[in-house]
Design a protein around this ligand. Structure first.
Ligand SMILES: Cc1cc2nc3c(=O)[nH]c(=O)nc-3n(C[C@H](O)[C@H](O)[C@H](O)COP(=O)(O)OP(=O)(O)OC[C@H]3O[C@@H](n4cnc5c(N)ncnc54)[C@H](O)[C@@H]3O)c2cc1C
Length: 402
């Protein structure tokens, strides 16, 4: 009887889980014995790490031909309920139809969503760069600013949150605004960060470089201050300061997809499901987790995968392989990703490339930017729909960052 792997999500983790599972089935010589189904709203990979950029074309590459090349079925819809006990998921199709998909192995790879605390006015007035549609909404808003009368508020953008994506969004913004409002417009871009310093999760080592780069880009940093309220005219901070701004971009962190809460286990503060070394959800038979929904150790030194594309790509490969390996009798593969790098886009200044969990600075300015360009236009994009070429890089120990 055909066995079934169902994967929720066609992001970085879900895509590579599907490709890796297909490879494992082929390696075992069991083509046709295992049906692999990916459920997601559309057969597309949304390039979330680039959604802070000014040009949003090419951010949703189509996966239909790739899935077809490796024999993976795509179902357009969303998983709504996970029935771990009877091994089935409920799906609502994009056409509104509701149905159930039974599985032998399920891979949850449904990603994350922007964390939005109940700050007055946030839901109504803040933009974000978390998902493709919200990035388009910000873009349309920025372009429409040109038709408004010139005021300080029109020319001001507040970026709420000075973490990774807040820094990238802010660094790009002065040039982006000038392109819309004119080279002579008096632009103001302010990052408001509640921690005492910018980039709290990036640590102290790269901070001087980030501060210098943002200063050169013309970005102000207001640290040690939280955004307390947002309205159509700007923000009020926790110190009572008022910043008049027509544009507020909320970037303060991510939380695992709510589906993660349907899987039992001691979730972490981001809502991620704890995974064993083979990326099985701890305490739930037949379920694997990968990408932003998974809390997985990257090494035996206590480091844990970040909610990052870099980790999602490897987590997906391992989870997909293991889901298939358990069904076709191949050895399962433990997840390990000891090498960790970051590449932070700093707009016209360049980019900052670091190595290690303490983020030692390795490349800056144009050299860093060349690496960022390579990552953002090649490494994270889906491969061509060529079965053999895909299977050559869909193995669970494939290393993206050498
Ligand atoms: C602005 C920004 C900048 C970033 N910069 C970087 C960076 O420089 N480096 C880096 O490594 N990471 C970066 N990241 C983080 C990175 O984008 C995420 O960690 C990565 O996308 C996680 O991959 P994923 O496959 O787990 O989830 P996602 O990419 O979010 O994919 C989730 C998939 O699940 C689907 N889905 C959602 N709900 C359901 C459901 N109920 N049923 C079925 N399918 C569902 C979605 O449609 C999507 O296909 C950035 C993120 C943002 C927003």
């Amino acid at each position: 009887m055909t066995q079934r792997i169902v994967i929720a999500g066609s992001g970085f983790a879900g895509l590579w889980a599907a490709l890796s599972a297909a490879r494992a089935v082929a390696v075992a010589g069991r083509d046709g014995d295992v049906a692999i189904t990916v459920v997601s709203p559309a057969p597309q990979l949304h390039i979330r790490p680039r959604l802070y950029e000014a040009v949003l074309e090419g951010m949703a590459p189509d996966l239909a031909a790739l899935f077809e090349a490796v024999g993976v079925r795509h179902v357009s819809g969303v998983v709504t309920t996970i029935h771990a006990g009877r091994r089935a998921v409920d799906v609502t199709g994009t056409d509104g139809a509701e149905f159930t998909l039974p599985y032998d192995r399920f891979v949850l790879a449904a990603g994350s969503r922007l964390f939005t605390p109940p700050i007055p006015g946030l839901a109504e007035h803040a933009f974000n760069v978390d998902q493709l549609d919200s990035a388009h909404a910000l873009d349309a808003h920025l372009k429409a600013l040109a038709a408004r009368p010139e005021t300080a508020a029109r020319n001001t953008v507040v970026v709420a949150g000075g973490g990774f994506s807040g820094i990238e969004t802010a660094a790009e913004m002065p040039d982006r605004l000038r392109a819309i409002l004119g080279a002579d417009a008096k632009i103001r871009v302010v990052v408001v960060e509640q921690a005492p310093a910018i980039g709290p999760d990036l640590g102290p080592v790269p901070r001087p470089v980030i501060e210098q780069a943002l200063a050169e880009c013309g970005v102000e940093i207001v640290a040690g201050t939280a955004v307390a309220a947002i309205d159509a005219g700007g923000v009020t901070t926790s110190t009572g300061e008022r910043i008049a701004a027509a544009t507020v971009v909320w970037t303060a962190g991510a939380r695992a997809n709510p589906l993660a809460a349907q899987i039992s286990g001691g979730h972490d503060r981001f809502g991620r499901v704890p995974a064993d070394p083979f990326l099985r959800a701890v305490g739930s038979d037949g379920i694997f987790v990968a990408g932003d929904v998974a809390r997985a150790a990257t090494d035996d030194l206590g480091n844990v995968a970040a909610m990052s594309c870099q980790h999602a790509l490897s987590l997906g490969r391992v989870a997909g392989h293991n889901a298939a390996a358990e069904l076709v009798g191949l050895p399962t593969h433990p997840y390990s990703q000891p090498k960790y790098v970051t590449c932070l886009d700093l707009g016209p200044w360049g980019a900052l490339f670091t190595e290690g969990w303490d983020r030692q600075v390795r490349l800056t300015r144009d050299e860093g930017k060349a690496v960022k360009r390579e990552i953002n236009t090649k490494w994270i994009y889906p491969p061509q729909p060529d079965r053999d070429a895909v299977f050559a890089i869909a193995n669970p120990d494939y290393v993206i960052v050498p």
